[in-house]
Design a protein around this ligand. Structure first.
Ligand SMILES: C[S@@+](CC[C@H](N)C(=O)[O-])C[C@H]1O[C@@H](n2cnc3c(N)ncnc32)[C@H](O)[C@@H]1O
Length: 185
């Protein structure tokens, strides 16, 4: 992935993605509880070191599953170490993506994309694949960061999602981020 090193968040910066200050600012349970129910099949693409993954796994309960997917083995290793021997370990399936393909199979109730879509070069192909993995009434929750993803960039991304048959049904308030809940047409 030599030519992509500049565009993906490096493993060395994973500490900034999981700390107490962030938990206070972006409480995973608060952000996710309106959407997650017990027994759900959840796909989290770009899970990084698992800031949201552990709470997702608690929220889906014993009968649910979370597929935590990332491009970088180093990020998955951080998550693997966090869940090792815990009650939720069995609910989390770690998956290493390819550069141009998520590469999981399944039918998901909820797909979570936090601060990752701007790192994907071919967004149309990415949304096509996500659409094929989403249940008919499933939801995709996309959150993009302020500043380096402009409003214009975000709306361009939404247009690519629209081309893959995904429509915005809600814009959750998560200031100062850009958000969208997408569903299949
Ligand atoms: C800024 S980090 C965010 C991590 C996590 N979502 C969070 O909010 O803590 C972006 C993550 O997306 C991953 N990523 C980037 N492009 C990807 C792709 N095409 N498929 C899967 N993961 C990807 C990176 O490896 C990185 O771990």
């Amino acid at each position: 992935m030599s030519n992509r090193k500049d565009s993906v968040c490096p493993v060395e910066r994973s500490g900034s993605l999981d700390n107490r200050f962030r938990r206070w600012l972006q409480n995973p349970k608060k952000i996710l509880s309106p959407y997650i129910k017990e027994g759900m099949m959840v796909l989290e693409v770009g899970c990084g070191p698992g800031f949201f993954t552990l709470d997702l796994a608690q929220m889906v309960g014993k009968s649910g599953r979370v597929v935590a997917a990332d491009l970088q083995e180093g990020m998955l290793q951080k998550l693997r170490e966090k869940i090792k021997g815990s009650e939720i370990e069995q609910r989390i399936i770690l998956h290493k993506c390819e550069e141009d393909r998520i590469g999981v199979s399944g039918n998901f109730d909820f797909i979570f994309l936090f601060y990752m879509v701007h790192e994907v070069p071919d967004k149309k192909t990415f949304f096509d694949e996500l659409s094929s993995l989403l249940k008919t009434n499933g939801q995709i929750y996309m959150v993009e960061p302020p500043f380096h993803v402009t409003k214009k960039d975000f709306e361009e991304t939404i247009k690519k999602a629209n081309l893959s048959g995904l429509t915005v049904v809600e814009r959750p308030k998560l200031f100062p981020n850009k958000t969208a809940i997408l569903k299949k047409n």
